[in-house]
Ligand binder design. Sequence first.
Ligand code: 13P
Length: 254
Amino acid sequence: MKKQFIAGNWKMNLALEEAKCLARKLCDGLSGSDAVDVGVFPSFVYLKDICDIFRGSSVFVGAQNLSMEKSGAFTGEVSGEMLRGIGCTHVIIGHSERRTIYQETDSIINSKIKAALLNDLSPILCVGERQEERDAGKTCEVVEGQLSVGLETLTSEQVKGLTIAYEPIWAIGTGKTATPDQANEVHAFIRKAIRNKYDNGTAQSIRIQYGGSVNSKNAKELLSQLEIDGALVGGASLNAGSFLDIVSDAVRVL
Ligand code: 13P
């Protein structure tokens, strides 16, 4: 049985004091519980403060993106080494907002995964289809393509440390959640794709999170699905009460 992994993607939200206040509430609310892995992903500019708040706790702090480059003349970019240096342990890579708004391709995402691993950061690789692709029956094809290029030349040892987040684009920020069956089906497909590309041990050790309008009302049913090993939460992670409720739901389905 894998530990569930509940992650909060704060996106480009909150003023500094609000972010610190949220982190302190989570730190208090989560103290002493490590039945579930919990991570928060604030904006780059708050990472150092948030890492300081969670230092010594079991909560992971990670970035929402990183540069695929090591260092140099890349104005506005943040390297894996910089993130590791301030205490980050994780990084979200290939979020659909990065793919669609900032034109990140699967091959850029592949380079970013390698940059993260080189710096000992655990990647959460996001995959997921658009509404039109689902309607056209192409969900598995799209996800398989994202995995195939995204994981190119990675060894099974490297892939074992990865988390994959299945985030159907039509469910992100829309209040429209995939049904537990729909999500479970794609998660099972992702695991099968990893099994085919690597082996059963690798497929079993990877955690697959569901993301897309997860909240304290729908989390329990989603998390109780066999193939769902956690959640990547956007909007509902900005409120300490609702995020802590989702973490408690993950504990309850153990
Ligand atoms: P919402 O939970 O706001 O739909 O966002 C999901 C998401 O994009 C998490 O990365």
